[in-house]
Design a binder for this molecule. Structure first.
Ligand code: 4AD
Ligand code: MG
Length: 480
C-alpha cells in the first residue's frame, strides 16, 4: 500500500479508506492514542489502537520517539481537536526508542529551554518549534529562487574557496593544506604559500559579490545563494560564523533600482510564506505570544507575528540618507540622555545595532533603507558620490533584527577604483580580474547581500540566529 503523509491524511476527504502512514510517536496516551508526526506538517495525526486486541509486548514498544508504520482506516474523529483519525489495524515498530533513554532527551514531551534544544540539535527538529522553523526556512529558500527565476535572473555558483577578501575586513578562515607548525618558510621567514595546495594564500569566501559582479557583466542579472564564512568574534544573537547569503547583482542598475529590487524581493518572499506556511506561522505566532508574556509590557511587540509580516508586505520601506539619520540620532532622547552605549556626536560615526534599532523600532516604526554612507566606514568597491566623501551604499534595516541587507552601486570607473584600492593598500595584482571588468565595457551596476538567517529570524519570530539554522557555527562551537 502507498504510504500517505500525515499532511495528506489530515487534508483528505476520502473517509473509510485503508491507509498506511509512517512517522515518529510524539506521545502515546491511555494505551490507546498515538500522536504520530512525520514532519510533513506541524500537526500530528491521532491513531487509535484497539488495545484489547493488540499484543501486550507490542503495546509496550509504542513509546515516544519510536518510528512506526501504521495501517488502518481513515475515519472521522470522535474527539476534539482534529477532523480525522486513523483506526489502527496494524502497528509495526520500525525503530524502538527506550523510554529511559528518551527521558534524558528533549524528545520527552514537555517544555524545554531553547538552550537545551541547541545542545541536542540533532533531535530538535522533532519538536514543533524547530520543525516549523525549518519548514518555513525551506519555503523561503524556494521563494528566493522563484522570485529571481521569474524575474529573469540567472543563478550563479561563486567559489567557496577564494584568494580575495571581498569585504576587506580581514575576517576570513584560512584554507591550507599545510600541517600545523610544519608550513615551509621563505627567505624572509614567512610562511611560503607558493608551496601550499593552491600555490597562494586562500580562504573561505566572505561574500560572492566580486565574482557575481563579473557574471552580471555578461549575463545581465544574476544571483548567488550559498554559504559564506566570517571569522568575526561576535557572540551575538545576530551573527553566525557560517551563514547563507543571497546576492543579486544587476548590470545597468543604479542605487535607486537596487533599493527597489531589495524591497520588492523581500515583500515577495514574505508574501510567499504568508500564502504557503499558514499552519506553521500560526504555531510560531502563538509560540512568540507565550514567550512575550514572560517579558515586561514595554518590551512586548504591538503586533502579532503574522501582522508584522503583513505590515512589511503592505507598506513602503522608508528611505533615509545616512546624513538625515545622523541628525535624527544626534537629537534623539537616548543619545541626549547618554543611554546609547556608543554616543553619536558627529557625522561619520559608524552606526551600531542600537542606533539601527532605534531608527526602525522607535523612530520610523517600519523597515528603513539607509543610503549614502560615509566612504570611510564602507567597503572599497562602493561608488563614490560627487561630494567625494559619501558612497552609494544602502543597508536595509528591520525591526527586531537591525541590518538585514547590505548593498551598493559599484564603482565602475577604473581610475577611481584604483585610487580607492591604493588608499586602502589593496594590491592590484590580487584583483586584476576585478579591475579588468572596468576596462572592457564597464557600466553602472549594483547589487546587495541579504543574510538568509536574518530573514528566517524575522519571518519565524525566533530571537536567536542559532535557532534558525540546523547546525549553527559560532565562536567555540562546531558540534555536530
Ligand atoms: O553587509 P555585508 O557584509 O555585505 C556584503 O557582504 C556584500 N558583499 C553584499 C553584496 O553587496 N553583495 O553582508 C550582507 C548581509 C548583512 O546585511 C547581514 O544580513 C548578513 O549578510 N550577515 C550576516 N548574517 C549572519 N551572520 C553574520 N556574521 C553576518 N554578517 C553579515
Ligand atoms: Mg553590512
Amino acid at each position: 500500500m502507498k504510504t500517505s503523509s500525515v499532511k495528506e491524511l489530515l487534508a483528505s476527504e476520502k473517509l473509510l479508506q485503508e491507509v498506511n502512514v509512517k512517522g515518529w510517536v510524539r506521545a502515546f496516551r491511555s494505551n490507546r492514542f498515538i500522536q504520530l508526526n512525520d514532519g510533513s506538517t506541524i500537526n500530528s495525526i491521532q491513531c487509535v489502537v484497539d488495545f484489547e486486541n493488540t499484543d501486550e509486548a507490542l503495546l509496550k514498544r509504542i513509546n515516544t520517539g519510536a518510528a512506526v508504520s501504521i495501517n488502518g482506516t481513515l475515519v472521522e474523529s470522535q474527539g476534539k481537536g482534529q477532523s480525522v483519525e486513523v483506526q489502527v489495524t496494524n502497528v509495526e515498530i520500525l525503530g524502538d526508542a527506550d523510554p529511559d533513554e528518551v527521558a534524558k532527551t528533549i524528545l520527552q514531551p514537555k517544555r524545554h529551554s531553547l538552550e537545551l534544544l541547541r545542545q541536542q540539535a540533532h533531535l530538535r527538529v522533532r519538536t514543533n518549534t524547530f520543525s516549523a522553523v525549518m519548514r518555513v526556512r525551506s519555503a523561503l529558500s524556494f521563494a528566493v529562487h522563484q522570485y529571481f527565476q521569474q524575474n529573469g535572473f540567472y543563478y550563479v555558483n561563486t567559489p567557496i574557496i577564494t584568494g580575495s577578501d571581498a569585504e576587506g575586513a580581514g575576517e576570513m578562515f584560512r584554507v591550507t593544506n599545510f600541517e600545523t607548525n610544519k608550513a615551509p618558510l621563505n627567505e624572509e621567514g614567512e610562511v611560503d604559500y607558493s608551496q601550499d595546495f593552491f600555490g597562494k594564500q586562500t580562504n573561505l569566501t566572505v561574500s560572492g559579490q566580486l565574482e557575481a559582479e563579473t557574471y552580471a557583466m555578461g549575463l545581465g542579472k544574476v544571483y548567488t545563494f550559498g554559504p559564506t564564512f566570517r571569522a568575526e568574534n561576535s557572540n551575538t544573537t545576530r551573527h553566525l560564523a557560517e551563514f547563507w547569503m543571497i546576492e543579486p547583482e544587476v548590470a545597468f542598475n543604479d542605487l535607486d533600482a537596487n533599493m527597489d529590487l531589495s524591497e520588492d524581493f523581500i515583500k515577495y518572499v514574505l508574501q510567499y510564506v504568508l500564502d504557503n506556511c499558514k499552519d506553521d506561522l500560526e504555531f510560531l505566532e502563538n509560540r512568540l505570544l507565550q514567550e512575550e508574556k514572560t517579558k515586561p509590557q514595554a518590551e512586548r511587540s504591538e503586533m502579532s507575528l503574522i501582522e508584522k509580516l503583513r505590515f512589511v508586505v503592505d507598506n513602503n520601506f522608508k528611505r533615509v540618507s545616512y546624513t538625515e539619520a545622523i541628525d535624527i540620532l544626534r537629537n534623539c532622547k537616548p543619545n541626549k540622555k547618554k543611554k546609547f552605549q556608543y554616543l553619536i556626536d558627529e557625522w561619520g560615526a559608524d552606526l551600531q545595532s542600537e542606533h539601527e534599532r532605534y531608527l526602525v523600532e522607535k523612530h520610523f516604526k517600519c523597515p528603513v533603507i539607509l543610503f549614502d554612507y560615509p566612504a570611510k566606514i564602507k567597503a572599497f568597491y562602493m561608488r563614490l558620490n560627487e561630494d567625494g566623501k559619501t558612497v552609494r551604499a544602502m543597508d536595509v534595516l528591520f525591526p527586531g533584527i537591525g541590518e538585514m541587507v547590505g548593498g551598493s552601486q559599484r564603482e565602475e570607473r577604473l581610475d577611481v577604483l584604483k585610487e580607492k584600492m591604493a588608499a586602502l593598500d589593496i594590491p592590484e595584482e590580487e584583483l586584476w580580474w576585478y579591475l579588468d571588468i572596468r576596462k572592457f565595457g564597464t557600466a553602472v551596476h549594483s547589487g546587495f547581500g541579504l543574510g538568509f538567517e536574518r530573514l528566517v529570524l524575522f519571518t519565524t519570530g525566533m530571537s536567536n540566529i542559532r535557532d534558525v539554522i540546523p547546525y549553527p557555527r559560532t565562536p567555540q562551537n562546531a558540534e555536530f
